[in-house]
Design a binder for this molecule. Structure first.
Ligand SMILES: [Fe+2]
Length: 296
């Protein structure tokens, strides 16, 4: 019974900037009364923009594989003593799901379990990305969070929601250290990464760890799609957070662009998939095999 990342919501007031940013990359931008949506595929909702001042992660939804799976996870959360809130009708409409529940994880992040994400009436159509994004059973991508204690976050999702460890990266960063835990719920190498930093300078903290989210990642079908997206964003003068490079664990080739909300979006291709029957978690001491140079 796999979970998959169905949607991510970002709290922002920069709707016009996000609209242009998403057009350059190739998302399909749609609006409702008080929210906007960046479509990536046949689903109604993938990236939600909701009004607010934080310019940060608001919540995300992990879709259960069945009604039984959904209620099993609700029971698991409740048996941990975690308060689980049932989604209201206006919330299900915003998320275009049949039902959802919401809870606060040990790092203070709002996370939801959902069921029945709806397809749109219209086909996904993107002039810049005619082949779209890589989603389906892998979910819409991954999210990297800045958390107080990555081990505590990792342990919670493994114990309560059935996640599996992918690997760890422990590395030096700007005179301090950072440890990352990568966890998966399905064959996508990781759905969540949790980063905790120690002893790094304030300006590096500000650029990378001052928001709940460090970045989220969307996968493109081919490396040429990644390079073309990078060229379009550079042409439009969007600042890069990290240059093109390759991580040692998921092996995708990616770059990081600064979103209108100030955190990064990673666009990559070629990430490996995990088979839990044969997977052996590794520990790496570098963030990247090559590239991924800091630009900020
Ligand atoms: Fe990433």
């Amino acid at each position: 019974m796999n979970l998959k990342l169905s949607y991510i919501a970002i709290e922002t007031n920069k709707f016009e900037q996000w609209k242009e940013f998403s057009r350059v990359i190739g998302y399909q931008f749609e609006t409702s009364e008080d929210a906007a949506f960046l479509r990536m595929d046949e689903k109604e909702r993938r990236i939600l923009l909701v009004k607010g001042d934080s310019e940060d992660y608001a919540f995300c939804g992990l879709e259960a594989s069945s009604e039984d799976h959904f209620w099993t996870l609700v029971d698991e959360l409740k048996s941990e003593g975690i308060e689980v809130s049932q989604g209201a009708p206006e919330g299900t409409k915003l998320r275009a799901v049949e039902k959802y529940v919401s809870f606060i994880d040990p790092a203070g992040l709002t996370v939801e379990i959902c069921l029945g994400s709806q397809n749109s009436d219209s086909e996904f159509a993107s002039p810049s990305l005619p082949a779209g994004f890589v989603t389906g059973e892998l979910g819409m991508g991954h999210i990297a969070f800045a958390v107080p204690n990555n081990r505590e976050s990792e342990e919670f999702y493994i114990r309560v929601l059935g996640a599996r460890i992918s690997d760890h990266i422990n590395t030096g960063m700007a005179g301090g250290t950072v440890e990352l835990s990568f966890i998966h719920f399905n064959p996508r190498h990781h759905t969540f990464a949790f980063a905790s930093a120690e002893g790094i300078p304030p300006e590096v903290v500000k650029a990378n760890f001052s928001k709940r989210i460090n970045h989220f990642m969307c996968e493109l079908p081919h490396l040429s799609d990644v390079l073309r997206a990078q060229a379009r964003l550079k042409e439009a003068n969007y600042p890069m957070a990290l240059t093109l490079g390759e991580h040692p664990n998921d092996r995708d080739i990616s770059f990081y662009v600064v979103t209108p909300s100030g955190f990064a979006l990673e666009l990559g291709a070629g990430a490996i998939h995990i088979d839990d029957d044969t997977w052996v978690p590794e520990r790496y001491d570098v963030m990247s095999l090559w590239g991924h140079e800091f630009q900020l």
